[in-house]
Design a protein around this ligand. Sequence first.
Ligand code: C2E
Ligand code: MG
Ligand code: MG
Ligand code: MG
Length: 280
Amino acid sequence: RAKAGRYGQVCYCDKNMLEELERRRRVIQILKDSLSEQSFEMYYQPIYSVKSGDFHYAESLMRIPDSPIGPIYPSEFIPIAEETGLIVDITYVVLDKVCKFINRLLEKGIQVGSIHVNFSAVQFSQPDLVDKVLEIIRSNHTPMSAIEIEFTESTLAESTEVVTEFALRMKDNGIKMGLDDFGTGYSNIATVINIPFGTVKLDKSLVRAAMDKSLSALAVKNLSYTFKQLGMKVIAEGVETDEQRSLVEGFGVDQIQGFYYAKPMPGDDMERFLLEHERR
Ligand code: C2E
Ligand code: MG
Ligand code: MG
Ligand code: MG
């Protein structure tokens, strides 16, 4: 149907568009509520270390439980949180929740390597980002080395200098930095080298491609070797099958993350998972 918009233009909105707009409006409200009530949950996905055969690392992934509009996944709510700027404060709450989770594990004598936290590009527009991050970790008395911050290539494209400066400040404080989803963006190896990351995560699409074509496999293997020669730790993401596991192990990756080992799970389950795998 036709609707008179501002300035008198006519806007044709079909039913699907209106439904989409309404859903978006609801998601924004749910994000605002779950931020102010801090009611969103962090899930954790174990990361397997190839050499030692143990699980002392994990990635934290945000979840919105009991949504009144049915399940809302990160692929839907993270972009909305980014567009509205809500992600800035959400990330601070995420970091605080992760610190408290690490403390809980350490108090129970469970060994923790580090827990990865995702940062969006928008985060880097905040001039007080470094101070805020340090303040949250310090006030929780969490070891700096137990946190690894992940960001994607798109962040680099938007603000290489800001990210470089941030990464240096984090490194000075013993906080680790990792590049997420390598292979999905546009950055080249030169950009990667100029920023002090300790870790590169090969995106699941690279793992898939390497399974399909032997030439791709050669390229991904060489990529993995290059990063390792640069002194970085390499993680393969999205590994679902035993075939994929053995392929990426052949690439010399240090760590593997994927449904093959475990899906993301609530903190209580993660704690049990870690205990069970420690006792083996
Ligand atoms: P990501 O950071 O690359 O996280 C990995 C995603 O891959 C997660 O999706 C995880 O559940 C999924 N995954 C892990 N193993 C496998 C596998 O074997 N197969 C497949 N098909 N998928 C696998 P999830 O939790 O839906 O999150 C999607 C994205 O949303 C994340 O991608 C990240 O970019 C963003 N995200 C999630 N939580 C947060 C957060 O707390 N803050 C920010 N800024 N972004 C977040
Ligand atoms: Mg990530
Ligand atoms: Mg990733
Ligand atoms: Mg991703």
